[in-house]
Design a binder for this molecule. Structure first.
Ligand code: FAD
Length: 594
């Protein structure tokens, strides 16, 4: 049953991100009290589900005092570990040496031709930039990616006969001309409704049964199915105060999506510069979301719920994220709505790579230095395996790498007005890809795209082949991959990620999975653990409406800057838009010949 789009004419969205307060120096919060998955209804429908976090919290709050009844936690998983797997992470080695100043970069002469443009970084932002540079008329465009795969956070995985995404999973529905055109160019739109709303190819939209939550050992279709958060709350054994606060939270979310400023512009827009300049709205960027919640008088449960919302959508908890960022990002559905691509956002990254042209893409070389040199910009690369350095040159260079790396590659980023890149902070997350012999049967509900149970480390799991014929027509007990979603969010630190072996994380994830689906350990054949150490920029107060971001990312000689962090927040729309802007700037630089 399609509950949101078909029944209510609204889209739902699923949160799928993580933060790491501990990793950012904050205190470890109470164990087990973080991590909620939730949904948001847009466009005239009720705004969100509440059920997930609240009901799960009810359950988990009661449970954190003691391990699951079957007991044994890691010991049990370790004892029963009959599966294999690996820790899979980005190659951080060179970046860490750049950071520590322990990488000696030799003086070189450029090799090869003077390209029109070089793009650094093969995430969706860099892919967008390369594509736009080529169709903007530059013939000789080359994209360099440090990894041996393309897509960045939209990295593709494959196991048990199904594709999956190692991180990003869903897209926002286009509400801007930019995103509408991009979706058209990617052949994702079949036409338009009378009111101009794009019709997305049905096979790219979730088909129903897309979300469940676990309450005291039983799974329930979450509040999106009913589409009415109040009704969902009514099903839950919550104190009146909590129902009231949480309902108020979702009503706020709904309200913000429609609100306008006194200048008549939408309260929020993407990118944020296109939203209202009403001083009262901008003032929200001077307080944290935590302060906003306190001012509403919402109680502890709502506070935690909003905190979880924040860390799983926008990379940071509410003590870190500004109220402006929280409402703009979430009320506009930036985290992704019900466009759940086959195999996640890796699907779209691969199509973008095809548009760029695979012959333009070079993988496995890390850029370590970018400098302006007269009428060209020069890039020094290192091959991490051979440690061989080389230098290439172009009339313009687009850097689509996160600023914590970019800042260390570009000596001119040390200037007074640019070195604010050092203030940027990024969240961290683990994603486990669990190969299972059979797609699990859940107690109480049909398995959904996302099934969240709020374990000790992991929030819940996605089913990899959700948007595929395997799901639609296949054997219900087919082998599958469950994608285990674990924002660190104070449950572990970045240092833990570097120090602890695969078995440590695999045991914890497997134990959580066993808690959510008893008996599944017998079906586990493999559990790969993907580490995302600095994956989402955290929009702290002032980042979005202050001037530092613009100063930091404006063109620097022949260098322009992409990546989602250019817009101060992490989403597909903002990443691709940043790539589009940086390409436009680069084309202008090349054309002006200056
Ligand atoms: C776990 C997770 C889940 C997410 N889920 C969603 C979602 O469902 N929907 C959504 O809209 N957004 C989601 N996001 C946000 C996501 O970050 C953006 O949507 C988008 O994928 C970011 O793309 P990007 O190109 O800006 O950055 P990245 O994906 O970070 O790409 C940067 C690229 O630069 C490369 N690089 C870095 N340094 C160098 C160097 N020195 N030389 C060469 N190459 C280099 C990297 O390897 C990487 O490929 C999620 C993010 C994460 C981490």
């Amino acid at each position: 049953m399609r509950r949101t789009v078909d029944t209510f004419g609204v889209a739902n969205r699923m949160a799928r991100r993580g933060g790491n307060r501990a990793g950012n120096g904050g205190p470890d919060p109470e164990p087990g009290t973080h991590g909620v998955t939730r949904r948001l209804f847009l466009d005239g429908g009720l705004k969100a589900s509440i059920a997930a976090g609240v009901a799960g919290r009810l359950s988990i709050l009661d449970l954190i005092a003691a391990p699951p009844a079957s007991g044994g936690a890691a010991a049990r998983a370790a004892a029963a570990r009959a599966y294999d797997g690996e820790m899979i992470e980005e190659s951080y080695g060179i970046a860490h040496r750049l950071r520590d100043g322990s990488l000696t970069i030799p003086t070189l002469q450029p090799e090869g031709p003077l390209h029109d443009a070089i793009v650094l970084g093969g995430g969706v932002s860099g892919l967008m930039a390369a594509w736009d540079l080529a169709r903007g008329g530059l013939d000789d465009v080359v994209l360099y990616e440090k990894e041996h795969y393309i897509g960045g956070n939209a990295r593709a995985g494959h196991a048990n006969g199904t594709d999956y995404s190692a991180a990003t999973w869903s897209l926002v529905r286009p509400k801007t001309p930019f995103l509408t055109r991009l979706f058209q160019d990617l052949d994702m739109i079949t036409g338009f409704e009378a009111d101009g709303t794009p019709k997305i190819r049905p096979e790219l939209v979730g088909h129903g049964e897309d979300s469940n939550m676990l309450i005291d050992g039983v799974w329930y279709p979450d509040a999106t199915t009913g589409a009415d958060p109040k009704r969902a709350y009514d099903r839950m054994p919550l104190p009146e105060k909590d129902r009231h606060d949480l309902t108020a939270f979702y009503e706020e979310m709904h309200g913000w999506a429609k609100r306008k400023g006194r200048d008549g512009r939408p309260a929020f827009a993407m990118p944020v510069e296109e939203g209202s300049r009403d001083a009262d709205l901008l003032a929200l960027d001077r307080i944290t979301m935590a302060e906003y919640v306190r001012r509403q008088g919402w109680g502890t449960r709502a506070f935690r719920h909003v905190d979880d919302w924040s860390s799983s959508t926008i990379g940071g908890g509410i003590e870190d994220v500004s109220a402006y960022a929280f409402w703009s990002f979430n009320s506009l559905g930036q985290g992704g709505e019900d466009i759940m691509l086959p195999g996640g956002n890796a699907w779209v990254a691969q199509r973008m790579a095809d548009k760029v042209g695979r012959d333009r893409i070079r993988q496995g070389l890390t850029a370590v230095r970018v400098v302006n040199e007269g009428s060209e910009a020069r890039v020094t690369f290192i091959d991490p395996f051979t440690e061989r350095f080389s230098m290439r040159r172009a009339r313009a260079v687009v850097i689509a790498c996160p600023k914590h790396i970019t800042g260390r590659m570009v000596p001119e980023m040390g200037s007074e007005d640019r070195r604010t890149w050092r203030d940027l902070r990024y969240g961290a997350l683990l994603m486990g890809a669990a190969s299972v012999k059979h797609t699990p049967v859940l107690k109480g509900s049909k398995i959904g795209w996302y099934n969240w149970g709020n374990g000790k480390l992991m929030q819940g799991f996605l089913v990899a082949d959700y948007n595929s014929d395997r799901w639609r027509k296949g054997d219900a007990s087919r082998p599958n991959v469950l994608c285990l979603w674990a924002p660190l969010d104070g449950r572990a630190t970045r240092a833990d990620l570097l120090e602890q072996p695969w078995s440590h994380w695999a045991d914890r994830l497997a134990d959580d999975l066993e808690f959510m689906v008893p008996g599944i350990h017998r079906d586990l054949t493999r559990l790969d653990v993907y580490v995302w150490g600095h994956h989402m920029v955290i929009p702290y107060p002032g980042l979005l409406t202050g001037e530092a971001r613009g100063r930091m990312t404006r063109p620097l000689g022949r260098i322009t800057f992409a990546h989602s962090d250019r817009h101060g927040m992490p989403s597909f729309e903002l990443a691709t838009h940043a790539g589009h802007l940086a390409a436009r700037e680069a084309i202008q630089i090349v054309r002006s010949g200056s």
